[in-house]
Design a protein around this ligand. Sequence first.
Ligand code: HEC
Length: 122
Amino acid sequence: MKSAIFILISAILLYSCAKKATNIVSTPKPIENHTTDNKALDTLLTYNLQIKPLIDKYCIQCHNSQYILKLNNYAQVKINADNGEINKHVLVIKNMPPKNQPQLSADELKMLAAWLTNGAKE
Ligand code: HEC
């Protein structure tokens, strides 16, 4: 009887460990166009994977070395993330990019907002 209980407990432990292991393996990686409202995925957003492509697409043609406000690299973008300028102009006033320029999609805006909220990680 004792050994039966031991086997049962071992089986349960093994099963739960195996389950955890598959959970780790199947955790979704951050994707380029992150469009979900998944808070756990939001914490994985980074400048290198998701935000730099956005800046390159919508901002860098103006905010390069010729402009007062530069968004050429993480350090320059991070300053404007932390001081609220990107939030203010892109998400609140919405005057960036200027109206006559290609605009961020709703999903891209959501992703930018989530990245800012989660500490504008590199
Ligand atoms: C067609 C050119 C153009 C594009 C595209 C553009 N901007 Fe701008 N942006 C300007 C100009 C011009 C100004 C005002 C001058 C300056 O600060 O360089 C400005 C100002 C800003 C400011 C305020 C700077 C300050 O000191 O007051 C922020 C923040 C900003 N832009 C962010 C962005 C972001 C983020 C994008 C992309 C999503 C973007 N802009 C796309 C031209 C552009």
